[in-house]
Design a protein around this ligand. Structure first.
Ligand code: ARG
Length: 594
């Protein structure tokens, strides 16, 4: 049977296609049965196959009342198996329990798939998603306020989601929705005028730390009513577009930006800033539209939108007539759907903002911007993540200051990994540049991986010793595993490109087969991680790959000097290739030497 090009390299989808044919032949009366295919999970160490089709039981309960030739779910399972079109991917099938159809994949087919990937490149294994363009709204710190570890989580998780979607042929608009607008700017600007009567004197060095500057201006604001009044007028003058105020605002934003970029640069993060201020001119029109649709109501002097199942309304115009976070987000959502034609809009913030987004999306549904049903597009999704905790179990803070400067945090990770690296004999003779590059890859990689491997909903504890451990489920362990595979290939003295062209993979040993099977599951894992926006699924896959390679394959199958050397070198190369793609998707720079 011909496989659609879009499903090449995606085992699960290819099986879905096969079972689809079989299901239509088995129960022609049921026209829209979606094949339920899953990789088999071992139960007490036993697995009946590599994949299973789970349709028989559900189908049976649908057809049992009607006239049917079948006697029970097992018979339905048997018929599904019998009607499976011949395919060179399947070695054998069996029916187990109440009608599960188990499939054992052909070793030969697995081997061929791997060989094809080695020649054509791993991009041929990219999954196809049902969206063409997505907005990922991530990082999004606030000007002059602290860029905290929560923003670091948003930055790391958002970047990985963007990378996975991009790999899957989605055009991603990476949006930094920075908080660059709002009443706090009146206070900041007045304070700036006071400190620097001459605008030429304003620069990063003079202002120093903007967070401290923010705090000082807040103290001034709270203690001096006359200053407060000036600050409030400053907001009006800024919003009215008065030149000096606008210039001061830009200066403050620019200084914040420089600080954010230090973080992005270290982490290799690409983002396009469209801050809150960008959407400000669109707000009146959007509210007008919602007003005409009769969605906006008066509520205690404010203008609000009521949404389903929430007992408080979404405030869109405050009682003083000003706009807020929600009005900006409404305008931004409208813009993303209408102007940018995004089919999927993904927001990353801590779970604390869950209700805001729930209400925002419900309001958009009331307005008819988003379809009522979550399965259709355009679609908006909030990815909420848990808090970052310190080792004391409380919100993460360092001892010395009450806030954690992200740049310092990243530098510490790098410096610690540098110390650890220099303690290894192998790294002693390395040129300084290589030490630097490797410790950056390991240090930043460790911070990212520690964050990504968690289920994003849960709080996670930030712990340098744990994340920089070279054993266990850490980036360090994985990067070393990759480097070790590269060194096996180097030691063989073979030109791997030539081996790719001339040798074939054979999966005769059961651990070779286990490794091969895990490798060809890459595409479906990425698809799942993208569909459910779960980077930890990819981390788990990568960790298991490394474990299967090390504990099964490499422990039991001699590579260099064995009769199977060429085939096994290709398996090493395929493993390294998949690992590198995983690293890339997780935003981690691979290392080749340890
Ligand atoms: N600036 C916000 C914060 O720090 C996050 C913005 C998230 N994006 C959005 N479109 N609301 O909490």
């Amino acid at each position: 049977m011909a496989v659609g090009a879009e499903n090449m390299g995606n085992v699960k989808r290819q099986l879905v296609q096969l079972f689809g044919v079989s299901l239509r032949a088995t129960v022609p009366s049921e026209t829209d049965v979606a094949p339920l295919v899953d990789a088999c999970i071992a139960k007490s160490g036993v697995r009946f196959g590599d994949y299973q089709c789970n349709n028989a039981m559900g189908l049976w309960s649908k057809i049992k009342g009607k006239q049917t030739e079948f006697r029970g779910p097992t018979a339905v399972g048997q018929a599904i198996m019998k009607n499976l079109p011949p395919s060179d991917m399947v070695e054998s099938c069996s029916v187990a329990g109440p009608g599960f159809v188990n499939v054992v994949l052909s070793r030969n087919w697995i081997a061929k798939s791997l060989q094809k990937m080695l020649i054509d490149g791993i991009d041929t294994w990219a999954p196809c998603l049902p969206v063409k363009r997505a907005v990922v709204d991530f990082s999004s710190p606030n000007i002059a306020k602290e860029m905290h570890v929560g923003h670091l989580r948003s930055t790391i998780i958002g970047d990985t989601l963007a990378r996975m979607l991009e790999f899957s042929h989605v055009e991603v608009l990476r949006r930094n929705h920075v908080g660059d607008w709002g009443t706090q700017f009146g206070m900041l600007i007045e304070f700036l005028f006071e400190k620097f009567p001459n605008p030429e004197d304003v620069n990063e060095a003079a202002i120093g730390d903007l967070q401290t500057f923010y705090k000082a201006s807040k103290v001034r604001f709270d203690s001096d009513p006359e200053f407060k009044q000036r600050a409030q007028q400053a907001v009006v003058r800024l919003q009215g577009g008065e030149d000096t105020y606008h210039r001061a605002w830009k200066q403050i934003c620019e200084i914040s930006r420089t600080e954010f970029h230090r973080v992005y640069e270290r982490l290799g993060i690409q983002l396009e800033e469209k801050g809150e201020s960008f959407y400000n001119p669109y707000i009146p029109g959007v509210l007008e539209e919602l007003n005409k649709k009769g969605i906006i109501e008066d509520d205690k002097g404010a203008r609000v939108i009521f949404v389903q199942d929430v007992n408080i309304p979404l405030i869109v115009v405050k009682s003083d007539g000003g706009y807020n976070y929600a009005s900006t987000d409404l305008a931004a959502l409208r813009y993303r759907i209408n102007e940018e034609k995004a089919e999927w809009i993904i927001y990353l913030t801590d779970v604390g903002q869950q209700q805001h987004f729930d209400m925002l999306f419900k309001a958009a549904k009331r307005a008819g911007w988003l379809p009522a049903d979550d399965g259709s597009y355009p679609k908006a999704t909030h990815v909420g993540f848990g808090l970052v905790l310190g080792e004391d179990g409380k919100r993460f803070r360092t001892r010395s200051t009450e806030v954690v400067r992200l740049v310092d945090l990243l530098d510490e990770a790098k410096n610690r990994s540098k110390t650890a690296l220099l303690e290894r004999d192998t790294a002693k003779g390395w040129p300084e540049e290589e030490v630097e590059k490797t410790s950056q890859a390991i240090g930043y990689g460790a911070v990212k991986y520690a964050d990504l491997k968690n289920n994003k909903q849960t709080n996670y504890t930030f712990n340098f010793d744990q994340m920089l451990n070279d054993k266990g489920n850490t980036a360090v362990y994985l990067l070393y595993a990759h480097a070790r595979i590269c060194s096996i290939i180097r030691k063989s003295g073979k030109d791997i490109e030539e081996v790719k062209r001339n040798a074939k993979i054979a999966l005769d040993h059961e651990d070779e087969r286990a490794l091969g099977l895990h490798l060809i599951q890459f595409s479906e894992v990425i698809e799942e991680a993208c569909t459910n926006l779960l980077p930890n699924v990819l981390c788990e896959y990568l960790y298991n790959l490394s474990e299967i390679f090390t504990k099964k394959f490499y422990s039991n199958c001699q590579v260099v000097g064995s009769p199977e050397e060429s085939s096994r070198l290709l398996l090493c190369e395929a493993t390294a290739t998949v690992m590198r793609k995983c690293f890339h998707l997780l935003g981690i720079v691979p290392v080749y030497k340890i």
